[in-house]
Design a protein around this ligand. Structure first.
Ligand SMILES: [Zn+2]
Length: 94
């Protein structure tokens, strides 16, 4: 059972998503990094074929939608919204 974040704070101007975990750790992940590691099947296939994908630092989160106790469905400023990010994955990103 993955711990759920106690707080999710989106710093839109800086392009940083901050997650506070029950152990007191605060993880700050840039929106560009989140886009680069998108776990959807299309992005995983792309990374398998061409390797790490460069994402511009101006990439921003456009929407954050909770998916039950499982994770977050993130929509990005490039219109991509297929990635459902499990909390277990987000916790390991710091
Ligand atoms: Zn994707």
């Amino acid at each position: 059972m993955t711990a759920l974040p106690e707080a999710i704070e989106n710093h839109a101007a800086q392009g940083v998503l901050a997650l506070r975990w029950p152990d007191g750790r605060e993880a700050r992940v840039t929106h560009a990094r989140l886009r680069a590691v998108c776990p959807c099947s299309a992005c995983r296939a792309l990374r398998r074929n061409v390797g790490e994908v460069a994402v511009d630092a101006t990439m921003r989160l456009a929407d954050i939608e909770p998916v039950g106790a499982y994770g977050l469905n993130l929509t990005f400023s490039d219109g991509h919204r297929r990635g459902i990010y499990p909390f277990a994955m987000l916790a390991a990103l710091d």
